[in-house]
Design a binder for this molecule. Structure first.
Ligand code: NAP
Length: 249
């Protein structure tokens, strides 16, 4: 019998990450449900099923990353799929409306401290975790990395005056996804000779805590492209997609 593939999904205790974890299990994966609060991860994993296992993982905490690497190395010895999903939309201001977040994110007024806090999670932590997981990814026969990005980070789309979300291209959240896109492409180029594929994918505009539940899609609908991209073994590395197909960087 073929061994099941192993995936790690960060920020999988709620929202799109939880949905990705659940659908990867439905597709035959063993999934490590990353959660900075272990108890929330345990509850999510328990509700998903026997092939979902909680793992404490705060992506901004080096000790937490090191402990997760140790656990995966000792229990599994490799990692087939890393889904960098965890992100924040503001610097710890829960319940702030989308409109308030967008206003505070404008380049002319944005707090540099808040920008640093958000980029710490959405950008630097993604690369730090990916680097730490690379030995385990290299130990898998054909590993993949999926970075959960957003169409609102696309420079090409935002340069077009007719892009509907253009007014929301602020420096705190949206530009963090632009930087994540750059990291995605850089990793894809760097890891291509080793056969490790790196993708970026955007969900639909989904009602989650990230946008004070003001998104218009359910998590099931919003996660469709993320699940497709997570299961994709065929597309060329360095591909950025959204619900309607290829997105420009
Ligand atoms: N919702 C949308 O419309 C939309 C659109 C485009 C892209 N996205 C992207 O989709 C991904 C998932 O977001 P979501 O909408 O599902 O939002 P969400 O429900 O707020 O989920 C975000 C997850 O990230 C976790 N997280 C935050 N900081 C973390 C840290 N330092 N370490 C570990 N986990 C951390 C959160 O944990 P806690 O529960 O502990 O806070 C939560 O599990 C994000 O990358 C987001 O940028 C979402």
């Amino acid at each position: 019998m073929q061994e099941k593939m192993l995936a790690l999904v960060t920020g999988a205790n709620q929202g799109l990450g939880r949905q990705i974890a659940s659908e990867l299990v439905a597709n035959g994966y063993i999934v490590l449900v990353g959660s900075r609060d272990f108890e929330k991860g345990r509850e999510a994993a328990e509700s998903i099923g026997a092939d979902a296992h909680a793992i404490q993982l705060d992506v901004t905490d080096g000790a937490s990353i090191a402990a997760a690497v140790d656990r995966i190395r000792s229990e599994f010895g490799h990692l087939d799929l890393l889904v960098n999903n965890a992100a924040i939309s503001n610097a710890g201001i829960p319940g702030r409306s989308l409109e308030e977040n967008m206003a505070a994110s404008r380049a002319s007024v944005a707090s540099i401290d808040q920008m640093r806090t958000v980029w710490e999670t959405n950008v630097f932590a993604v690369l730090a975790l990916t680097q730490a997981m690379l030995p385990l990814l290299r130990a898998a026969p054909s590993a993949r990395i999926l970075n959960v990005s957003s169409g609102v980070g696309s420079l090409t789309l935002n340069a077009d005056p007719s892009f509907q979300y253009r007014a929301g291209f602020g420096v705190i959240y949206a530009a963090s996804k632009t930087a994540l896109n750059a990291i995605t492409l850089s990793l894809a180029i760097d890891l291509e000779p080793e056969g490790i594929k790196v993708y970026a994918a955007s969900p639909g505009f989904t009602a989650t805590a990230l946008n004070n539940f003001q998104g218009t899609d359910t998590v099931e609908v919003g996660a469709r492209n993320l699940v497709r991209a997570a299961l994709d073994t065929e597309s060329p590395t360095g591909t950025f997609t959204g619900p309607s197909g290829i997105l420009p960087w």
